[in-house]
Ligand binder design. Structure first.
Ligand SMILES: [Ca+2]
Ligand SMILES: [Ca+2]
Length: 67
């Protein structure tokens, strides 16, 4: 299953910086209280999706990870 995630991660890492402006998917954007286009652990609270969605374990779920 991990091998399926690698292409998406590589794509995310190779995207130019302006890709940061990509909006979070609808429901996730509601969680993004500080508007930085990523969901922090604090914003996610104890929702179990967070650890799964945070593929690179950096403590944030980005639009690319949530896609
Ligand atoms: Ca945020
Ligand atoms: Ca992450």
């Amino acid at each position: 299953m991990k091998t399926v995630l690698i292409p998406a991660l590589v794509l995310l890492l190779t995207l130019p910086a302006p890709a940061q402006t990509e909006a979070l998917p609808g429901r996730l954007s509601l969680l993004d209280r500080d508007g930085d286009n990523r969901i922090s652990q604090e914003e996610a609270g104890d929702r179990p999706f967070f650890r799964i969605a945070d593929r690179n374990s950096d403590g944030f779920v980005t639009a690319g990870e949530a896609a």
